[in-house]
Design a protein around this ligand. Structure first.
Ligand code: FMN
Length: 206
């Protein structure tokens, strides 16, 4: 329990990665698969990722990220892609598993599918749903990475259209965030954590 709180409260956005240290592909896959237990609306998991590890590709990615050096120094960069068509593209796999596991009877599937898809018909709504779930997934990756002794840095500072082109991602998908991941440079110190609003400033009971 305490360990879990430590992973969360001691997480920082790491600006200085050790460029000499690599994270094995298998470990990144493990972190992503564990993190994919994150919740999502109707369990649709409307996310995709591209992991950019190649040195030259990282250099090109840094340019798309307005020169952010951490992109090149981190062992890898995980680009999170939200799919606003997930309500149509993922629904069968999800509902078939629900039928198989006994969540819903087989006869109820088509009706449920129509209901779910109705919620994904409006593009703006679908984008919001896809981004919301993808952000929860991304946050989970940050915590799970720390459990494996790794550090991360979330980023929104990139040219989204160029990034889509660079990765060959469909124009109608959305890239809300990417994450540099790797080991902190032990020679560098971060400034203390900046101010966080107190409950009285952001919350209230009703
Ligand atoms: C969605 C998102 C996008 C961010 N984009 C950037 C970015 O492009 N460049 C950057 O240096 N930091 C970025 N940050 C990091 C924030 O500045 C950082 O989380 C915040 O200052 C709090 O610091 P901490 O994470 O160390 O507690 C981003 C954070 C989030 C959650």
């Amino acid at each position: 329990m305490k360990e879990c709180l430590r992973l969360i409260t001691e997480r920082r956005s790491i600006t200085f990665f050790d460029p000499t240290k690599e994270v094995p592909d298998e470990l990144i896959k493990e972190i992503l698969e564990i993190s994919a237990t994150a919740p999502s609306g109707y369990n649709l998991q409307p996310w995709e990722v591209v992991v950019v590890k190649d040195k030259e590709k990282k250099r090109q990615l840094k340019d798309i990220c307005y020169g952010q050096q951490k992109v090149e120094d981190a062992s890898a960069n995980i680009v999170f892609i939200a799919n606003p068509r997930a309500g149509f593209e993922h629904v069968d796999k999800v509902l078939d598993s629900w039928v198989e596991l006994g969540y819903v009877p087989k006869e109820a599937k088509e009706n449920l599918k129509e209901n779910i898809q109705r919620g994904w018909t409006d593009r703006d709504k679908a984008i919001r749903k896809a981004i919301r779930d993808t952000a929860l997934f991304c946050m989970t990756v940050m915590i799970v990475a720390r459990a494996y002794g790794l550090e991360t840095h979330p980023m929104e500072g990139f040219d989204e259209e160029r990034l889509k082109e660079f990765l060959g991602v469909d124009k109608d998908k959305v890239i809300p965030v990417m994450l540099a991941i790797g080991y902190k440079d032990p020679q560098k110190e971060l400034l203390p954590r900046a101010y966080r609003f107190k409950f009285e400033e952001f919350g209230r009971f009703l």
